[in-house]
Design a protein around this ligand. Structure first.
Ligand SMILES: Cc1cc2nc3c(=O)[nH]c(=O)nc-3n(C[C@H](O)[C@H](O)[C@H](O)COP(=O)(O)O)c2cc1C
Length: 186
């Protein structure tokens, strides 16, 4: 049995990101795993934009401890978000800035960084407004995947276990039934 932490960064609770997250949650629970959905915009623990003042009080920050405990407990972490400006929403960046702190997510050995979140697997589900072929041609999907894997996931010792970028999702939601079926099959 896995403990799965699903972290959603979408301002609207009725968004397609939540539809994807809830589908994945129901699916893994049906397979006997435990899953928790963390809604970054509405969670009880909100973190202000990270500053260097915050960097000096990391040991005592309650919200950071709360999120780090959830990360520690998880064997699998799933990030679900809309593709904004070629990347993820700022609230997720702020989550990384705060909670993947030195001494928790990585440390230095002989001057070299070493990830401390070994054994955890990561999945990413994101949707773009533009059709997928645009991102295949321009390489925007590969850029985000490479950046997230090299700079965040592998850097902290975790393993990327699936990067799913679903194109052509706009407010009309034309394409979404197929995406839900894809998530159910994972
Ligand atoms: C602030 C913002 C930035 C966005 N940037 C991009 C972008 O860089 N590329 C893109 O294809 N779509 C972009 N979009 C469109 C979203 O990716 C799209 O609306 C979303 O994936 C649809 O999912 P939703 O209905 O769950 O919001 C952006 C939307 C917003 C609000």
């Amino acid at each position: 049995m896995k403990n799965i932490l699903i972290i959603v960064a979408h301002p609207k609770a009725d968004s397609f990101s939540f539809a994807m997250a809830n589908t994945y949650k129901e699916n893994v629970e049906a397979k006997g795993h435990k899953a928790e959905l963390l809604d970054l915009y509405r969670d009880t623990h909100q973190q202000p934009f990270f500053t260097y003042d915050d960097a000096n009080k990391l040991e005592t920050d309650a919200a950071m401890k709360y999120y780090q405990e959830k990360i520690t407990h998880a064997n699998e972490i799933v990030f679900v978000f809309p593709f904004w400006w070629g990347s993820f929403p700022a609230i997720l960046k702020n989550f990384f800035d705060w909670n993947l702190s030195k001494g928790f997510a990585f440390h230095y050995v002989d001057g070299r960084p070493k990830g401390l979140l070994q054994g955890k697997r990561v999945k990413v589900f994101t949707t773009t407004g533009a059709p997928k072929f645009i991102y295949m041609i321009t390489g925007a999907n590969r850029r985000l995947k490479k950046m997230m894997d090299q700079q965040i996931i592998a850097f902290c010792g975790m393993k990327l276990d699936g990067f799913h970028i679903f194109g052509g999702v706009d407010t009309s939601r034309k394409n979404t039934d197929k995406i839900i079926e894809t998530i159910k099959a994972l």
